[in-house]
Ligand binder design. Sequence first.
Ligand SMILES: Cc1ncc(COP(=O)(O)O)c(C=O)c1O
Length: 410
Amino acid sequence: MNSDLNKLQPYPFEKLNQLKSAVTPSPEYAPIALSIGEPKHPSPSFVVKELTQALGKLSIYPSTKGIPELRESICDWLTQRFNLQPKSLSAENNVLPVNGTREALFSFTQVIIDRQANPEPETQNDLPPLVVSPNPFYQIYEGAAFLAGAEPHFLPCLEDNNFIPDFDAVPADIWQRCQLLFLCSPGNPTGAVIPSDTLQKLIELADEYDFVIASDECYSEIYCDESKPPIGLLQACAEMNRNDYKRCVVFHSLSKRSNLPGLRSGFVAGDSDIMQQFLRYRTYHGCAMPVQHQLASIAAWNDETHVQENRSFYREKFATVLPILQEVMPAEQTDASFYLWLKTPIDDEVFAKKLFEEKHVTVLPGRYLSRTVDGINPGENRVRLALVAPLQDCIEAAERIRDFVKTLAN
Ligand SMILES: Cc1ncc(COP(=O)(O)O)c(C=O)c1O
């Protein structure tokens, strides 16, 4: 067996199930889960209609590259959304559809990591390549790194730094060994958006040390202020007049933007040389998107009305839930995403366990999403709340959390 499998940690939800199995929730309350980031707003009906009307395509083998119409729609969406130079993206060379960004983040890492690369043969003989990642992080980054023969190198996302890693503090030898840098902006679980000047600095570092930047932007369309959509990595390239997007790729998804997590539809876009190798890998990987899903995806990418409506639902949830929580604990509006990254008055695991036991509300302990590095675990004493449940459930959960926190003070 592949011995790298032994490096994989139990997934956060396995850890959570184990934590919950140790207690019996109070029968007084109906269960409310705020633990999983699965969108619950209805999928757009016009997309569902498109999908069902296209079911005749089940008789066709899809191609890995996807149909040109989908790639065109994606290029148009990216250009419009991120103010890219018109025609700087080509449907032929710069984009690929993927079956959700989860598999794409994994497979992309396998494409980029060169196990044989040795940045400084004399001094760093046996050191594996590095995948640099935020901490806390979407768990795929770590698993993908291990299975590609690399080692994850974590950068803490702390409150003092607005939950953005302090990239200036990363020493040169780390950048030398870095082959792939993962960014998650807006961040899961912190909701923080990496600003343009930081992105531009990272692009310069990528040139200097020859690494690839993979920017996971699957929450980019869930933001609070309609006049301030989060910036993306390709936009930072455009602002530098770097219209070939060299060393840069972005990951986008319909799961959160359009409430279509079951469609398994996203895309990867950026540097054409990298995308060419990604296509080569995927041809063997065998993960083409079914044509009916591609046709439904075109309908989704071409429409913004349902996305605006979706944002308004989340805005309402934040506006009602935050004041309830603020009665007893610090709770701040994040830049974007549908998460709250709450500081807990007691140990995060104990908090989640007791809250489940006493109030039947499930939240995710922060430490399950992060690793301890140099004695610091940035998830410690935090819990993640996903405001995906219906509004009334989010309000009810917030009230139960408030009442629970009050009991801790006594
Ligand atoms: C940060 C982040 N990236 C990627 C994904 C994967 O989303 P999907 O595979 O549905 O596109 C998720 C899903 O929760 C996520 O939180």
